[in-house]
Design a protein around this ligand. Sequence first.
Ligand code: PHE
Length: 446
Amino acid sequence: MANKDREQWGSRIGFILAAAGSAIGLGNIWRFPTVVGQSGGGAFLLVYLIITFLVGIPLMIAELTIGRRGQTNIVGSFKKVAGDNWGIIGALGVAAGFIILSFYSVIAGWGVAYIFKFLTGELANLGAEEVGNVFNELTSNPIVPIFWHGIFMSMTIGIVILGIDKGIEKASKLLMPILLVLLVLLAIRSVTLDGAMEGVSWYLRPNFAAIDRHIILSALGQAFFSFSLGMGAILTYGSYLPKKENIPGSAVYIAIFDIFIAVLAGFIIIPAVFAFGLEPGSGPPLIFITLPAVFGAMPAGTFFGLLFFVLLTIAAVTSAISLLEVVVAYFIDELKWDRKKASLLAGLAIFILGIPSSLSMGVMSDNLIFGMPFLDFMDYFASNVLLTLGGLFTAIVIGWVWKTSNAISEIEKSGDKFLLATPWAFLIKWIMPVVLLVIIVNGLFF
Ligand code: PHE
């Protein structure tokens, strides 16, 4: 169903920054330090790095390749390379897009609220405990965080309506570099706080005894979430790629950029947690409490705090648009809706689905699902179940249905030889299906 006038990326660097923009977001700055904190520090980091190289990068290549071959949304692309029955995997991805964006936007909304709290001085020069009070007051309110969630969704919908090169590509090119510089500054401030070194060693020292199957599943889920894999975001961006693009090369850039930002965010949050005597395992609120306290301990902290939350919001928007784009591309290509109608209706549905996540921080905080607040449950289920299954099926489809030889010839259409083609094919066909299945089943059921 590829049509001739389908949009394409304007330039290689534009594509890489947009894909990195999809990958880099709350997953790096909010979720990664949270999961590190909950999973015992150094034990997690090591497992995570191994998984990103052995699973993350090969699957990123796989998704870009399916997308470029399919030249259409996730459902259509799977049908094209593997036959109509496999469209169902795409449907799983569209569902994951709905669920992830619903709670993602709630958390991003807190970040938008913080911009205003820095502007009004409410978050100026506070200690960790006082910031904690501001945070709890915000998130437990039944209305205010839903308002900010609505603002964030509106921005996302607005950019997606503008389309691929005018909206997504322009925003990413400009803003990602500024974010990087600010993160480096913050990491320097954080590791030089009094008492921060204990955190640094907790973060970096591998504790092999602590590695268990739950940590391995969390690391896998985090890798999928952070790389935007398993639900078609990277696949959909791949579908806008021209044939001359070198896919493995691009994937390596995107992945390394993403890992670097996550590890850097760890250097900001974890040392600060120790310096302020907070609990590293305290979950999703962590960064919203530690970070403003780090700013409070800095000269010109209010200015940097403001700048940081503006950039965090932008990083979150560039990810959110890729989540919404999966759903929208599906409605456009398969149901023939126009871009505006698809963006508005899907965006509205996602906004509504986010409401219970927001309420689960306040009035609904006693209603636990599998022992977790609704927001944490949505995140756990989408990342550790839906995304990892999406990755498993992607490997099976390439390895056993479409065949790795066909994938490799699609990759080599750029004119470059894919040097690691043999190990890549071996990983996708033999190792990935088994390893992913074992990790998912063990992590979930035992
Ligand atoms: N990778 C994004 C982040 O780290 C989130 C995301 C997940 C985006 C899945 C698209 C698909 O914030």
